[in-house]
Design a protein around this ligand. Structure first.
Ligand SMILES: O=C(O)c1ccccc1N[C@@H]1O[C@H](COP(=O)(O)O)[C@@H](O)[C@H]1O
Length: 207
């Protein structure tokens, strides 16, 4: 099965359509105000409405209040919630949507414990730990820290781009990969050629 691809941090309809044309399986909308990729609810609804069937729309939140998530859900038809902060399991499972849980990985991170704690997550998104940023760092972490026998589907993120994604897939064999900065021309603005090159990199991976 081909590794699934989510292109995150979409802020414009044209970038969403270019991601779909490149072959992305999912696009991500960031609802985290400090991010340069943050979208308004109105813009998110416009982007989501442009996405064709069978491509998922994922909403990314970082330690948002329950009310904030519910307000977004009322206006934007999200398929999946991505929790990218310190959200505990009970918080993640209170919404009427499936979720994935991001984990900031560094030496000593107990991924087996995360997989047990978030046993109903549709995937664990493994991103690079950074002391000052919850994600979207553009930095790769040591993929050797990922156990081979993780009980949840692995979504690999952190510093992926066209020229390292095939190696990442060959080494980690994730269910999916997630990219943001590696396919941008500037923060929040995607680059159609980079998205296409990324998808070719995924296609070139030998697993
Ligand atoms: O993209 C952001 O700005 C962001 C902000 C806060 C939390 C997560 C964020 N993005 C997620 O981080 C991964 C990795 O990003 P990158 O490829 O290293 O730039 C990205 O795929 C998003 O899921």
């Amino acid at each position: 099965m081909r590794t699934r691809v989510k292109i995150c941090g979409i802020t414009r309809v044209e970038d969403a359509l270019a991601a779909v044309a490149a072959g992305a399986d999912a696009i991500g909308l960031v609802f985290y105000a400090p991010s340069p990729r943050c979208v308004s609810v109105e813009r998110a609804a416009e982007i989501a409405a442009a996405i064709p069937a069978f491509v998922s729309v994922v909403g990314l939140f970082v330690d948002a209040s329950r009310d904030q998530v519910e307000q977004v859900l009322q206006a934007v038809p999200l398929d999946l919630l991505q929790f990218h902060g310190e959200e505990p399991p009970d918080y993640c499972r209170q919404f009427a949507r499936p979720y994935i849980k991001a984990v900031a990985v560094r030496e000593g991170t107990n991924l087996l414990q995360y997989a047990a704690d978030y046993h109903d997550a549709r995937g664990l998104l493994l991103d690079t730990y950074h002391a000052a940023m919850p994600g979207g760092t553009g930095q790769v972490f040591d993929w050797g820290l990922i156990p081979a026998d993780l009980a949840r589907p692995v979504i690999l993120a952190g510093g992926l781009q066209a020229d390292n994604v095939a190696q990442a897939i060959a080494q980690v064999r994730p269910y999916a990969v997630d990219v943001s900065g590696g396919v941008e021309q500037s923060k929040g603005i995607k680059d159609a050629a980079r998205m296409a090159a990324f998808m070719r990199g995924v296609g070139n991976a030998s697993v």
